[in-house]
Design a binder for this molecule. Structure first.
Ligand SMILES: [Zn+2]
Length: 703
């Protein structure tokens, strides 16, 4: 984000300004707060103070009062917008800046200002019925999106609703919102999220803030109704009013309204400074979307078509419930008013809450039992109700991959496959402690969950991210990792590279390390082959291997006894589990960039051989992963557009993930891709070959 944008968005969204707003006497009194806020937001970027000061001086020299300042900020943020054929669009070269802006400030507010300033007709407002996200204009893209069936292959139904729609709901039913916030605040992760945005508020503080804001809105216009369009009309009328009457008190009220709007907005949209899946999960945990997203789904089906009416069809993902009543209620709600929807049941990964001395059974037992229960329930309901069977096309494992690996899902997925679930997908390689852990995660999905032709993997960023860039972003040349996880990674590298003559040196370098770690964790010295077998054995159900239940026993007799022994220790030996979990510091250079690339490409080749597809989601990765801009995204590598000679290209589908949280939709994802490819100096024709190819994959590999 440019510093100027940082200033303008801060003026409209800072909690500190909100807190001090009643003490501000004149524009000069704002200067120190603003300087503080902006330099703090940019503290990881080394820019000398005078750069800030010059920009700040520029802002203040144009504004001698708060009204002018608000006008100038909004006008500057609206500058990427323009009109064409009665629609509002974003200029191509400003689309990335725009995307950064709308992570902090609601697009609805900026659009309203743009319509007010340009004095545009009602016709423009009418377009914003279900969404407030404008896009770039490209004739060909426009035609493709309208004429062809566009499948969104990876979209979580909860996480889809745009923040501007949720704001309307908060204004309409504040009591439900306060109740949900209150429940959200019981979670530590959510408290952290509020603090990260400098909101040291409890429920009472948020409640007061919302009711004060509703009062401001009512004082301006007691009859304003609740929809995107009516909010635009409401804001336009207020912009008119403050600039006509020029009453300072009205300006301050509008400013307060916008500030509250935007920091609720920031609780709903992934912020640029929030890196990693933990940060993303705080947004999904804070409950603020709950009230809208549990009520009705039909608006979301219209929202995904964007303001331009695209022909988007979704494969919506939902979390299977743990009782028949809850599951039926959820499914009937989702299927209401949508005959075309394909559904994917995403089971949720969860941390093993048992501490090592409590594991007197086996690892991840609570999650394993829960998955078993939900899978059985899902199958029972699908067998009983043809409607569910018709719509539910596949199964997925979602949420934080640092909490559970594919092995935990292996027995349930086997059960689901035996019970006629035909298609599978699984989130992985999206967020990782070590890049090798991420690459291994993807491999384990395919291997342990026995993925077949047409199955898919969500994200797999670990197979795409440039190793050099990853190491730079990790910084310091080292990282902390559980020594058991590290051993698993080394065994995995051995497993992949052992057959390759060019990798003999790498293997011999790893052997000593593997031996040492093996002794530290399992208290015995073992041949690497036996460790490898013990790791491969993790796809088996520990319940059977450890004889807690006598299921299909014959399956694991094929493993060597020593490996079964290691598997048993891994699952149930307290000392082993403690040693496994002990953190060690490792040098990230031990595995060279070349060797990481080798692992990435080898796994891509293996996926290609089986026709396993990677679902890629550019905005989601740019926000959650190590990237700072769209231009760094690995899709260029995957399409063979980097300097690397003849890299294997994975089979890709393209999707949105959580359109509400990343402020995007299919049109905007394709627009980002289009602009990214344009930067490589490709011609329009070649770019559309790629786009059409991806969209064809979305159709061809549809579940
Ligand atoms: Zn996802």
């Amino acid at each position: 984000m440019t510093i100027k944008n940082e200033y303008n968005t801060t003026i409209l969204s800072s909690y500190k300004i909100f807190k001090e707003i009643n003490k501000l006497t004149d524009i000069k009194s704002l200067e120190p707060i603003l300087f503080d806020e902006v330099s703090r937001a940019r503290n990881n970027i080394s820019v000398p103070d005078y750069v800030f000061k010059n920009i700040q001086e520029g802002i203040f020299s144009k504004s001698d009062n708060f009204r002018n300042m608000l006008n100038n900020s909004l006008s500057s943020l609206a500058s990427p917008l323009y009109t064409r054929n009665n629609f509002i669009y974003v200029q191509n070269n400003k689309f990335h800046i725009w995307q950064d802006t709308i992570n902090k400030v609601s697009p609805l507010i900026i659009i309203s200002y743009f319509i007010y300033k340009k004095n545009l007709s009602e016709e423009y407002i009418e377009k914003f019925q279900y969404s407030s996200l404008p896009s770039i204009y490209n004739k060909k893209l426009n035609n493709i999106l309208k004429k062809n069936e566009i499948i969104d292959t990876h979209i979580h139904l909860n996480g889809t609703t745009e923040a501007d729609i949720i704001w309307q709901d908060i204004l309409q039913t504040p009591q439900a919102f306060i109740k949900d916030v209150d429940e959200g605040l019981l979670k530590d992760e959510v408290k952290e999220q509020y603090l990260a945005l400098d909101m040291e508020l409890g429920t009472a503080g948020i409640s007061k803030m919302i009711y004060d804001t509703i009062k401001i809105r009512n004082d301006f216009d007691a009859y304003a109704s609740h929809s995107i369009r009516s909010e635009i009309k409401f804001l336009i009328s207020i912009f008119k009013k403050i600039n006509l009457d020029k009453k300072c008190s009205d300006t301050m009220k509008l400013w307060e309204y916008i500030l509250v709007y935007n920091f609720i907005y920031q609780l709903l949209v992934q912020q640029n400074k929030q890196v990693g899946f933990d940060q993303f999960q705080k947004i999904t945990f804070n409950n603020i979307r709950e009230n809208v997203e549990r009520a009705s789904y039909k608006e979301r089906y219209k929202q995904v078509k964007s303001i331009y009416g695209d022909n988007v069809i979704i494969e919506g993902r939902f979390a299977p419930k743990d009782t028949p009543e809850k599951m039926i209620k959820l499914l009937d709600n989702i299927l209401h008013n949508n005959e075309n929807i394909h559904l994917i049941a995403h089971f949720i990964k969860a941390k093993d809450k048992q501490s090592s001395d409590e594991i007197n059974t086996y690892r991840d037992m609570p999650l394993r039992l829960d998955l078993d229960k939900r899978s059985r329930l899902l199958i029972t309901l699908m067998n009983k109700t043809p409607k569910y069977k018709k719509h539910i096309k596949a199964v997925d494992g979602a949420a934080n991959e640092l909490h559970a690996r594919a092995e935990v899902f292996a027995p349930s997925f086997r059960f689901l496959r035996q019970n006629n679930i035909e298609n599978f997908t699984f989130h992985g390689g999206e967020d990782f402690i070590d890049i090798v852990s991420g690459i291994r995660y993807v491999y384990e999905i395919a291997k342990f969950l026995r993925f077949r032709n047409g199955d898919r993997i969500g994200h797999a960023t670990a197979l795409g991210i440039n190793p050099k860039l990853w190491k730079e972003r990790i910084g310091k040349g080292s990282l902390y990792i559980k020594q058991g996880e590290y051993l698993d990674n080394l065994v995995f590298i051995y497993h992949i590279a052992k057959v390759d003559k060019k990798k003999i040196k790498l293997i011999s370098r790893l052997k000593n390390k593997i031996q040492r770690l093996c002794y530290k964790i399992y208290n015995e010295s073992l041949d690497i082959y036996l460790l490898e077998q013990a790791w491969l054995m993790r796809k088996e159900d520990p319940k059977n291997v450890l004889k807690w239940d006598d299921g299909h026993c014959e399956e694991f007799y094929k493993y060597p006894e020593e490996s079964i022994n290691i598997f048993t220790k891994y699952h149930s030996n307290q000392k082993t589990i403690e040693a496994y979990n002990e953190k060690i510091k490792i040098k990230i250079d031990l595995i060279s960039n070349k060797d990481i690339l080798y692992l990435q490409n080898t796994i891509i080749e293996k996926l290609n051989k089986k026709n396993i597809i990677i679902e890629t989601m550019i905005s989601s990765n740019v926000r959650i992963s190590f990237y700072k801009s769209y231009n760094e995204h690995h899709i260029k590598k995957w399409l063979g557009l980097t300097k690397e000679k003849n890299p294997p290209k994975p089979i890709l589908s393209i999707a949105t993930d959580n359109p509400g949280i990343f402020a995007t939709n299919m049109r905007n994802e394709l627009s980002h891709l289009y602009l990214l490819l344009l930067k490589t100096k490709m011609c329009e024709e070649d770019i559309f070959k790629i786009i059409n190819n991806l969209l064809k994959n979305n159709v061809d590999y549809r579940f």
